[in-house]
Design a binder for this molecule. Structure first.
Ligand code: HEM
Length: 192
């Protein structure tokens, strides 16, 4: 049972700290694309070899390459735009955990699509982005290497899903629990 009441009218300094519109749009675009790509990856991997499977594999690769490009853009943007500080009454271990989770997410946003691209190169199926732009193969065609990279891609994807689940659980907990209501709102609202 809760032992104290939360003052939700409390004017907390962090409630007024907001992300920029660019950061918010990039965050939610990537969240939708990554969730969709994870689900599509798991769905398509066990499909029988039909034209539908080939089409879905292509969509998966195109969205994956889009995520890779957006990650590069987002990291570049992030280098020049410091995010608003975490609430200062968040315990230090939670601040450290939040930062570690954010950097782990960036790592997997690169590692998962790069492993997928390397896998498909090693398997001898080059990526033609959107059916228009042939991307270079940066791994030699090698059956054994392809199998290892497919496994790596799948494990990285599981790890990404686990870290993203942690991130979402922490955000939801803070939204419904002891944090001032503005904590989650700053990732939705464009207000400066
Ligand atoms: C953030 C981006 C990506 C995510 C979250 C993701 C996720 C996944 C997942 C969950 C699977 C199913 C793994 C399994 O259980 O076997 C999968 C399979 C696959 N992915 Fe990705 N993927 C991404 C990017 C890419 C990219 C960029 C490519 C290639 C250019 C790619 C190529 C493939 C292929 C070919 C498979 C099928 C593997 C097999 O046949 O076993 N993926 N992906």
């Amino acid at each position: 049972m809760r032992e104290f009441a939360v003052d939700r009218t409390h004017d907390h300094a962090d409630d007024r700290a907001h992300y920029t519109a660019t950061a918010i749009v990039l965050h939610w675009t990537m969240a939708v694309l990554i969730l969709g790509t994870l689900c599509l990856g798991w769905y398509m991997a066990d499909l029988p070899l039909t034209p539908t499977r080939v089409r879905l594999f292509n969509y998966h690769k195109w969205v994956g390459i889009t995520i890779l490009s957006l990650t590069a853009a987002r990291l570049w943007w992030r280098l020049f735009h410091k995010p608003p500080p975490l609430p200062d009454d968040l315990p230090p271990w939670q601040q450290r955990a939040a930062r570690a989770v954010h950097w782990l997410l960036y790592f997997f946003f690169f590692a998962v699509p790069l492993a997928g691209w390397a896998f498909t190169s090693a398997a001898g199926f080059p990526v033609v982005y959107l059916g228009l732009i042939p991307l270079p193969d940066w791994v030699p065609v090698d059956k054994l290497l392809a199998e290892q990279l497919a496994t790596l891609h799948a494990w990285f994807a599981y790890a990404l899903a686990a870290v993203a689940a942690l991130h979402i659980a922490a955000a939801v907990k803070h939204a419904v629990d002891e944090r001032p209501a503005g904590y989650l709102r700053r990732m939705f609202s464009f207000r400066p």
